[in-house]
Write a protein that binds this ligand. Structure first.
Ligand code: ADP
Length: 444
């Protein structure tokens, strides 16, 4: 085939030359004759080019190219093949796109694609039902279309490990779970699920725990009150009953703590932001916690030291923070052997504010560390029941930190003690009050 057009071209050129020569022989003007033949040949070439151009410009999708010979025929055919090939790949691609769109259109979950600026690029029909995103919204920032401060916050923060839960902007009774993923050149893919049923069940569980805790408080107060009265009149009691009564009082006290912790957890779970947002003087609070810890330690005579940046204040709820920090310090006292050392440090650096509570107690095996903040999870149930813990302390710490944008980090090795650190981002630090910077005195 390739050879064919080369022969054809050579033959045609030869014919032009021969024609020129013959005409020159007849007329005696070799130069003019040759020029005339070449001009005729060029005109033919130009005509082919014009035909090609006309076909490229105006042909119908399946219309074959014009008939031609030699090199031009080859060019026409090659172009036609190329075009057919491209058409076939385009329709294959279109079929894949159509199928992908059909399947996402059938999805009950909303799928939204955003460009690198967070503008709406594409969405499936479920996005209209769940988020109210319409076709004409394309090109607009999604944070303007899904108007919720928590969504804007979540989108801007850029940490998408955990999904976000929101009421639907279209129907307040629906609860949505939003998952964002980055792909390509900082584009975003958003998947939105309707989790109303799951949310309702979770709410029922929370309400149930909160209600049971609340309802148990009154009978417990009555029992504890009678026990207290009975023990206040020990002389009237048969001595055989003294021990069981004391044990009952101890257990009712423990149950009271348990109910208090359960109610606090229920309260922490009820909203995602603290109800108060004041500048909390953490150094002062830690001083008080240190004194309480020292009295809790009593005969065990732990050495409890405190180094705190007195000027460093944290935005948040004082009661919640006190509860979290005291849980960490009291745990250190509870689980560290008599005479052990406990170090409390409160400081700031470029990453934010940090609290570390370190002890040289028994330490914790690494397999337990990821589960420590689960409710009622204990490393050693016998050890915990001796200390009178509720098993809810670290769960409370985790929730309080979450509500203050912080996170808990636990470092521990058996036999080498433990360090529980709370890290807060710079945005959580309250503005300077202008007081001179000093360190709260160290105190053993
Ligand atoms: P608890 O009321 O049992 O103390 P927490 O949630 O406060 O419950 O703690 C969970 C478990 O973590 C505890 O049972 C204990 O085994 C372990 N733990 C917590 N703090 C320390 C510590 N400083 N040293 C050793 N173990 C600890």
């Amino acid at each position: 085939m390739n050879q064919d057009w080369r022969f054809g071209l050579a033959r045609r050129l030869l014919l032009v030359l021969l024609g020129g020569l013959l005409l020159g022989l007849v007329t005696g003007y070799y130069g003019w004759s040759m020029a005339l033949c070449l001009a005729l040949y060029l005109t033919w070439l130009l005509a082919q080019l014009i035909r090609l151009h006309a076909w490229l410009k105006q042909h119908q999708p399946d219309e074959p190219p014009p008939e031609s010979h030699g090199l031009w025929g080859e060019v026409f055919d090659a172009l036609y093949q190329l075009q057919r090939h491209e058409q076939r790949s385009r329709s294959r691609l279109q079929a894949v796109i159509d199928r992908a769109q059909e399947s996402t259109a059938a999805l009950k979950d909303a799928v939204v694609v955003m460009d690198s600026h967070g503008n709406l690029e594409w969405r499936n029909p479920a996005a209209e039902q769940l988020l109210g995103l319409r076709e004409q919204d394309a090109g607009q920032p999604v944070t303007n279309l899904v108007r919720h401060p928590a969504f804007k916050d979540y989108f801007d923060r850029g940490r998408y490990q955990d999904p976000l839960e929101l009421p639907s902007p279209v129907n307040e009774r629906l609860t949505l779970q939003i998952t964002l993923t980055r792909f390509g050149n900082n584009e975003h893919l958003m998947v939105v699920r309707d989790i109303t049923r799951l949310h309702r069940l979770e709410q029922m569980r929370k309400d149930f725990v909160a209600n049971v805790s609340h309802e148990l408080r009154t009978p417990l107060t009555v029992i504890a009150g009678y026990l207290e009265t009975l023990l206040a009149h020990q002389q009237d009691i048969n001595p055989r009953w003294l021990r069981p009564l004391r044990s009952m009082e101890q257990q009712s006290e423990r149950m009271k703590h348990l109910l208090e912790d359960l109610l606090l957890l229920a309260k922490l779970e009820a909203t995602s932001y603290p109800s108060h947002n004041e500048a909390v003087n953490v150094a002062l609070m830690l001083g008080a916690i240190q004194r309480d810890a020292q009295s809790l330690s009593a005969d065990k005579a732990h050495q409890i030291s405190l180094e705190a940046d007195a000027q460093l204040r944290l935005k948040g709820d004082e009661m919640e923070l006190r509860s979290a920090f005291s849980n960490l310090v009291f745990n250190a006292v509870k689980y560290t052997q008599a005479g052990g050392q406990i170090r409390i440090v409160w400081w700031r650096d470029e990453h934010g504010a940090h609290l570390a509570v370190a002890d040289n107690g028994p330490g914790i095996e690494s397999k337990h560390l990821p589960r420590l903040t689960e409710r009622f999870y204990r490393v050693d149930s016998s050890r915990a029941s001796n200390t009178g813990g509720t098993g809810l302390g670290l769960a409370i710490v985790k929730h309080v930190l979450l509500r203050h944008q912080g996170r808990l980090d636990i470092q521990s090795k058996p036999g080498q003690g433990s360090q529980f650190s709370c890290h807060f981002p710079p945005g959580q630090i309250a503005a300077d009050t202008g007081e001179p910077r000093r360190h709260a005195e160290e105190c053993d």
